[in-house]
Ligand binder design. Structure first.
Ligand SMILES: Cc1cc2nc3c(=O)[nH]c(=O)nc-3n(C[C@H](O)[C@H](O)[C@H](O)COP(=O)(O)OP(=O)(O)OC[C@H]3O[C@@H](n4cnc5c(N)ncnc54)[C@H](O)[C@@H]3O)c2cc1C
Length: 460
């Protein structure tokens, strides 16, 4: 059985790049085909007038030792920069003002982010019975039941907007926050489970996402895909895969468009590291049900606005990571990162860089506006929430028409259709952000696991 290579990876976002790198490291012949002009997918850094801003992810949560292990092998560990100490403080908007979220149980007692009745309600949490293991609940229903309505509004809702740009009434707790559900099922309570798991994690050298630090790179997030692309000898950009054919001898042929020409490549395994819609189009001829499941995964639009202000034009001290906005506050933005407070070298001297997110499931009409209008909305909102006395020096707007996959109710059964297709067609693999987590850390972990599974089969 002679093929062009061992594994074809479709898509050079972080999922595809890490999968390809890990396969190469295991001695397999890999080729990566990417439709866009550059590697990195949603990860990208740009510079303008002495500032450095991110198009997509701004930082990576240090949630697994696999991340540093990867950076060491890529020889970019010395480029890594941790978020500043001040970034440990995170704000939530309450009554139109940024209020610091409590960073310790002691601070929780005195915080203005939650009312006394919300704090008292939380004391009941350990005594609330877990849901039936078969029940599928939204994160909103879960939070309301265990933590109370106010904790949902000011604690959970802004985080769901911050991670998924999503609607907590639609997002499945089991699919999107499996650890929360496991805490409830295994320990009967989030608070009791949290205490028990802290001990367990310490034994495995892992840190909880909620308490862990985040990092970027001296020259921005682009450092990571650039290093992966350099290490991946057979990456072809401007190459859009259009069709997959599976042969009876467990090999695959891909057809792709490159510069107006059609090319074909064959391999013993294929990894689809592309968003759900693109994966659906490719697998439709192989398995209609899997294609329908993939098509059902929604991706709301999001606008990311980089704004550079004179430091003296903003009244707020910007002494934190940024703020998130609860839906109950009725604003037109989801949140804002104090980018130049978190990482050095992001804005010119005496200036600050703020990165604001707007749109998502909450305000789709904002993400649909033209760049000038989005920038105006962001300027107005930042003006009132942070006390800006001048307009920004400049702004850049990045539109993501399909930003983040929504792990909504029914997501786990949709994933079963993908599992079934993988089991029925050995050698076909799915590794992208609609499966096993959207964060860059989750993608690295999933890519690592995908590469290990493929290597085991292909090397046999
Ligand atoms: C605005 C924003 C902010 C974010 N912030 C953070 C953050 O701070 N921290 C964090 O951890 N995560 C963050 N995320 C999430 C994280 O960035 C993404 O989940 C992750 O980068 C997705 O990687 P991926 O490789 O799965 O997909 P993608 O990056 O989407 O890559 C898929 C690739 O497949 C290619 N492709 C598509 N179709 C084809 C085809 N037919 N043939 C060939 N190639 C194809 C695409 O061109 C693309 O390059 C953010 C996401 C967004 C949008």
């Amino acid at each position: 059985m002679s093929t062009d290579c061992d594994v074809l990876v479709v898509g050079a976002g972080i999922s595809g790049l890490v999968t390809a790198f890990e396969l190469q490291q295991r001695g397999l012949r890999v080729e990566v085909l990417e439709a866009g002009r550059r590697a990195g997918g949603m990860i990208g850094t740009r510079q303008r007038d002495g500032a450095r801003y991110e198009l997509g992810p701004n930082s990576i949560l240090d949630s697994t030792p696999l991340i540093d292990d990867l950076l060491r092998r890529l020889d970019i560990i010395d480029q890594r920069v941790n978020a500043s100490a001040v970034a440990a403080r995170r704000f939530v908007i309450r009554n139109a003002h940024p209020v610091a979220l409590p960073a310790s149980p002691g601070a929780f007692l005195t915080t203005r982010a939650f009312s006394t009745s919300a704090k008292l309600r939380l004391l009941r949490e350990p005594f609330i019975a877990p849901a039936s293991p078969d029940a599928e609940e939204s994160i909103a229903a879960f939070a309301r039941r265990r933590l109370g309505a106010e904790f949902l509004e000011y604690g959970v809702d802004p985080f769901v907007a911050g991670i998924y740009a999503g609607d907590p009434e639609k997002i499945s707790v089991a699919a999107a926050f499996p650890r929360l559900r496991a805490l409830e099922q295994e320990h009967g309570s989030l608070i009791k489970g949290q205490i028990a798991n802290r001990r367990e994690r310490a034994r495995h050298g892992e840190t909880a996402k909620i308490s862990t630090g985040s990092f970027s790179f001296r020259h921005g997030m682009q450092t990571l895909p650039d290093a992966l692309a350099r290490a991946t000898t057979t990456l072809q950009v401007d190459t859009a895969v259009e069709r997959i054919t599976a042969a009876a001898n467990e090999t695959f042929t891909l057809s792709a468009r490159r510069g107006g020409e059609t090319m074909t490549r064959s391999a013993r395994a294929v990894v689809l590291a592309v968003p759900a819609g693109a994966a659906a189009a490719l697998v439709d001829p192989l398995d209609g049900e899997a294609a329908r499941s993939l098509s059902a995964i929604g991706y709301p639009a999001l606008a990311v606005v980089a704004s550079v202000y004179r430091r003296m034009a903003i009244a707020h001290r910007l002494d934190g990571f940024g703020f998130l906005v609860p839906r109950a506050e009725g604003r037109r933005i989801l949140g804002c990162l104090f980018s130049s407070s978190t990482f050095a070298g992001r804005a010119p001297e005496n200036s600050v860089l703020l990165t604001t997110f707007a749109g998502g499931r909450r305000n789709p009409e904002i993400a649909a506006l033209d760049s000038e209008s989005v920038a105006r909305v962001v300027t107005e909102e930042l003006g009132s929430l942070l006390g800006c006395t001048e307009a920004p020096r400049w702004q850049e707007v990045v539109h993501w028409p399909r930003a983040i996959p929504q792990y909504t109710l029914g997501h786990l059964s949709r994933m079963h259709a993908i599992d079934d297709l993988e089991a029925g067609l050995p050698g076909l693999h799915f590794c992208a952000s609609y499966r096993d987590g959207v964060s860059v850390g989750d993608r690295i972990k999933a890519a690592h696991a995908t590469a290990a599974r493929i290597a085991e089969r292909v090397k046999r």
